[in-house]
Design a protein around this ligand. Structure first.
Ligand SMILES: *Cc1c(COP(=O)(O)O)cnc(C)c1O
Length: 525
């Protein structure tokens, strides 16, 4: 028998108890939701799943550094191992199970067609060090995707290699720094609106810039007057997200770009929210100098749990010469991947700041993104943006009488609807309690407490891939939970009640993580 941190009991063997307290089962399982102990509790050091020959005696070549005691890895049979991971996987929530309304993340359906394309042996089995003549198809694919990204954004150059949004930001800011250095202009400050994603100020700081905040106005947009007032010869760049992290379009971006350029700076646009405007707005037309595109958001490549991502960066003509290597270009009838040593003599990228990654980027994501783009076509991509915005506004309109919607008065939102927990004020309940209650309803919660500019924020991004029926169910659950929380607050202070685990101590988990299993192992009891 073992006791989990939340007091749930998993009995692996033993006498059946005559009486079990209400809601508790002998196994800890509930229906077909199976409770699962740690591998260390299930396995034993004295057992092994396979017959291995005895280890031969070898001479110590580590100068006495060799291990002197057992490290206590549990042994399990193959079926035990398979069941352990399968049970855990059933406790996981994924986009293939239900709506994943995480604002800022664009968790859309990953079409199976993309997966099929990425598994074609001609793409899946190639090696980045193969001779270029043998991977012309892959180079063609990278070049075709690059062409689409440049066309959709109205920008003349793109760097394909950055491996995520934040990596793309670094790429863009390194190009901006290289452009400023090339003209001998050592500017020190990057301006970032206070609603920005945390990666923006982090990127600017990582590039050695001092970060200064620009406040938001009452309508959730950048305070343009404050921004214009701060511009000057020390400002290297402004990093601005459009649509912004409140899910709102920044209507003054053209004016902002003109003013920043007049003051000798550059505009970096965080393009993670491109899903809302793809096919409808070309950031190049607004005056943006560099922008990353999250292929793993807008173009449906799978993400979550830390990877994989892909964050190509598009550049204006002013920044194109500073873009990173490698890049693909035509060489007669063939395509070639231009590496560093050749680029020094080349016309384009002549002042490249260098490389972001060892090879050429996330090939599997490129295949998926291009499959998505080609299967939608130009008109289909425009419809993606329209449907994503329509879905988000349906949610906003369906909840704003019950939930506090801080910017609903300033018009429709873009791809995500923003709420706050102000309406729960008298109950003592907060956004966290509401998110936990949504778990009982079988939903992955919305993004909580982001953006930071809105106290108790809840950011809901349905994406275009949800049907009206699925949105209606989410809205129904959110309305029901909110109504019940207002009527009987005490029933919600310890939600979730029905999940595999109750409320976890998230602070202790972050501050005092248990990274090993400390107790001695024996045969499982
Ligand atoms: C997701 C996101 C990022 C970071 O992208 P990653 O691929 O996670 O590094 C940056 N800015 C915004 C607004 C985002 O939504």
């Amino acid at each position: 028998m073992s006791m989990n941190n939340q007091g749930r009991v998993t009995r692996l063997s033993g006498e059946p108890m005559a009486e079990l307290p209400g809601g508790v089962t002998f196994t800890g399982n509930r229906g077909l939701m199976l409770e699962e102990p740690l591998l260390f509790e299930r396995g034993a050091t004295t057992r092994c799943g396979v017959d291995l020959p005895p280890v031969p005696v070898v001479q110590d070549r580590l100068g006495g550094l060799a291990r002197s005691a057992e490290i206590g890895l549990p042994g399990l049979s193959e079926p035990e191992t398979v069941r352990h991971y399968t049970r855990l996987s059933r406790q996981n929530y994924g986009i293939d199970l239900g709506i994943f309304p995480l604002g800022s993340c664009t968790m859309k359906h990953n079409p199976r067609l993309n997966e099929k394309m990425a598994r074609l042996p001609g793409f899946a089995d190639i090696h980045p060090m193969q001779p270029q003549s043998t991977v012309q198809g892959a180079l063609q694919l990278i070049d075709t995707l690059a062409h689409w990204l440049k066309t959709l954004t109205g920008m003349p150059e793109v760097a394909m290699s950055p491996k995520a949004g934040a990596h793309g930001e670094l790429c863009g800011m390194l190009a901006i720094r290289a452009a400023l250095e090339a003209r001998g202009d050592a500017r020190k400050v990057v301006l970032v609106p206070e609603s920005a994603h945390g990666t923006n100020p982090a990127t600017a700081a990582f590039c050695g810039y001092a970060v200064e905040n620009i406040p938001a106005n009452a309508r959730g947009r950048v305070d343009v007057d404050a921004l214009l007032a701060r511009l000057g010869p020390d400002v290297a760049a402004v990093m601005i997200t459009n649509p912004n992290t409140c899910g709102l379009f920044e209507p003054d971006l053209i004016q902002i770009c003109d003013a920043v350029h007049a003051a000798g700076g550059f505009v970096y646009c965080d393009g993670a929210n491109f899903n809302a405007i793809v096919g409808r707005v070309r950031p190049g037309d607004l005056g943006v100098d560099a922008m990353h595109i999250n292929l793993h958001k807008t173009f449906s490549t799978p993400h979550g749990g830390g990877g994989p991502g892909s964050g190509p960066v598009v550049f204006s003509a002013a920044l194109a010469p500073f873009a990173p290597l490698p890049f693909v270009r035509k060489a007669g009838d063939a395509l070639e991947l231009v590496e560093e040593y050749q680029a020094r003599e080349s016309q384009d990228h002549g002042q490249s700041f260098g490389r972001m990654v060892a090879f050429h980027g996330q090939m599997g994501m490129f295949v998926r993104a291009l499959a998505y783009i080609l299967s939608h076509g130009a008109d289909g991509l425009r419809q993606v943006a329209e449907d994503a915005v329509l879905n988000a506004n349906y949610i906003l309109a369906s909840l704003k009488d019950l939930y506090t919607a801080p910017f609903a008065a300033s018009g429709p939102c873009m791809h995500e609807a923003l709420f706050s927990d102000d309406f729960l004020h008298d109950t003592g309940l907060t956004t966290l309690d509401l998110a936990k209650a949504m778990i009982d309803e079988g939903f992955h919660p919305m993004t909580m407490y982001f953006p930071l500019v809105v106290h108790g924020a809840m950011l809901v991004e349905p994406t275009e891939t949800e049907s009206k029926a699925s949105l209606d169910q989410l809205i129904g659950a959110m309305r029901s939970v909110a109504t019940r929380m207002l009527a009987d607050p005490d029933a919600f202070r310890s939600s979730p009640h029905l999940a595999p685990r109750r409320r976890l101590d998230e602070t202790a988990a972050a501050r005092k993580p248990v990274l090993g299993y400390k107790e001695p192992l024996g045969e499982a009891a």
